[in-house]
Design a protein around this ligand. Structure first.
Ligand SMILES: [Zn+2]
Length: 430
């Protein structure tokens, strides 16, 4: 069977000039639409003294006010929408990772051109092909529809009533080839399969498609070596924006931004100033093609950078972003340095004798005087004292802040079910 290389060849290999033109016309369209039809945006733009006719270049986006997620969520739905709710055919919901889930009404075009099409592009780029059987714990209609477009079958959470052991057994009976899950859970899945006497290398499972959770290279290598499964190119996205916003290609060197659907900016989270390509800061997203509930300069809360442009050997021309380092809300400020779980993870995974689970303990409000980490040790470790000193030294060396480590027996920390909670706040909140 001859298979196409790109899912959306016209878009994925478009010249930078043509892409910028497309982005500008879509930006003008979404800003006009929001101003005319959404009370929230009209009020905000009026307060900032900016009209849709002021947007004549892509850079003019800076004239528009930044949108805090909390303000967006707190605004009544009818004031945010650009279409009466009675005319909405599909309602999705945000995952609720950062708070209470919120309803996401979609027009038919939103549903087909964003939710489904973006999933399909990402899956194809990751390496999903006809004949694959994907196992997913979520049962989203959009991912089901995207699989169907590609010719991939899937097994979802409703199979086996959600019990992991049943899921593993069903996967064997069916011949699942790809596990779609956050890396922390994928590891739990494979470890459990081994306990059940299954040799993953002898099964049809060939790959993991890592979900929206950051991980370190050493984690990936450990999983690949232990179970012979490949990490497919990953993706970045948020359901609020219509789903997937960027994904890696087969060269694993940055995430191609779906720049036909989203416009990315990176800001200094403290000042709101827009940063240059290559500088790390908070991601701000403008959706270019969502109709019902557009986001304009929405603060995503994720820390990343847009990579300085250079051609990718895969032939795609879409610009790239770095892998997300973490969320501001899921970080700890230690002696003036912001520490993300991924920074700690690299050390945990490269220190022999430590398990996979760890927690960063934040026991006082605000800035911490040292980084406090709880980590699991492997059964073969005999000298806990020596081990503790060694891990503290490694963390202090790597992160440049004083560190205190508490070692706990393997499996005593809570294992992640959806996304791993790495920052644990232990002080009472007033
Ligand atoms: Zn590429």
């Amino acid at each position: 069977m001859i298979q196409k290389k790109y899912w959306d060849p016209e878009i994925e290999t478009m010249s930078s000039d043509a892409l910028r033109k497309l982005q500008l016309s879509r930006l003008q369209e979404v800003v006009s639409r929001a101003y005319e039809k959404s009370n929230l945006y009209r009020q905000r733009f009026d307060t900032a003294g900016v009209k849709p006719t002021d947007i004549n270049r892509l850079d003019d986006i800076k004239k528009l006010p930044l949108l805090e997620d909390a303000e967006f969520r707190a605004t009544p739905l009818q004031d945010r929408l650009t279409v009466p709710i009675s005319q909405i055919p599909v309602i999705c919901s945000s995952g609720g990772t950062t708070g209470i889930p919120s309803p996401l009404p979609r027009t038919q075009r939103d549903w087909e051109n964003n939710c489904i099409a973006r999933q399909a592009r990402a899956r194809w780029t990751a390496g999903f092909r006809p004949g694959d059987i994907a196992q997913e714990r979520t049962n989203y209609e959009c991912t089901g529809a995207a699989n169907k477009l590609i010719g991939v079958q899937r097994l979802t959470l409703c199979a086996g009533r959600g019990f992991l052991d049943n899921q593993i057994r069903l996967a064997q009976l069916l011949g699942v080839t790809i596990i779609v899950d956050v890396p922390s859970f994928a590891l739990r899945y494979l470890d459990r399969a081994r306990e059940l006497g299954i040799d993953i290398k002898q099964t049809k499972i060939r790959a993991i498609w890592p979900g929206s959770e950051t991980w370190v290279e050493s984690y990936k290598k450990r999983l690949e070596a232990r179970y012979g499964v490949t990490f497919l190119p990953g993706f970045y996205g948020a359901s609020d924006t219509g789903g997937i916003e960027a994904n890696e290609c087969e060269y694993y060197n940055g995430y191609h931004i779906f720049a036909d659907h989203v416009l990315f900016e990176i800001i200094d989270p403290e000042t709101g100033d827009v940063l240059e390509d290559g500088q790390e800061g908070e991601l701000v997203v403008t959706t270019l093609t969502l109709e019902a509930l557009p986001l304009i300069r929405w603060r995503a809360g994720d820390i990343t950078s847009i990579l300085p442009y250079e051609p990718c050997p895969c032939g795609r021309t879409l610009p790239k972003m770095a892998r997300v380092r973490g969320r501001i809300a899921q970080s700890a400020l230690v002696k003036g340095k912001r520490i993300f779980p991924i920074d700690v993870e690299e050390v945990i995974f490269t220190t022999p004798g430590l398990g996979e689970e760890y927690q960063i303990i934040v026991d006082t409000p605000g800035e911490q005087d040292r980084l406090k980490v709880k980590a699991e040790y492997a059964p073969e470790v005999t000298s806990l004292k020596g081990m503790k000193g060694q891990v503290e030294e490694a963390l202090t060396q790597a992160l440049g802040v004083p560190t205190e480590v508490e070692l706990v027996p393997g499996r005593s920390l809570e294992h992640a079910f959806f996304k791993a909670q790495r920052i644990i706040t232990t002080y009472p909140k007033s």
